[in-house]
Design a protein around this ligand. Structure first.
Ligand SMILES: [Zn+2]
Length: 49
């Protein structure tokens, strides 16, 4: 398994990895990185119930 450290989440400081071509987070327009947890707060919440 190949992982590459891209950077750190600007909100929580969690390392953002690129795992086999998939980024473990999102890149903002200003090239800042956010992990999925923090980026989820800025989008619609995922509540199935
Ligand atoms: Zn985060």
């Amino acid at each position: 398994m190949q992982e590459e450290l891209i950077g750190h989440c600007r909100a929580c400081g969690k390392p953002i990895l690129c795992k086999m071509g998939f980024l473990d987070g999102v890149v903002q327009e200003d090239i800042a990185l956010l992990c999925f947890v923090c980026s989820g707060d800025e989008e619609e919440t995922q509540l199935d119930s």
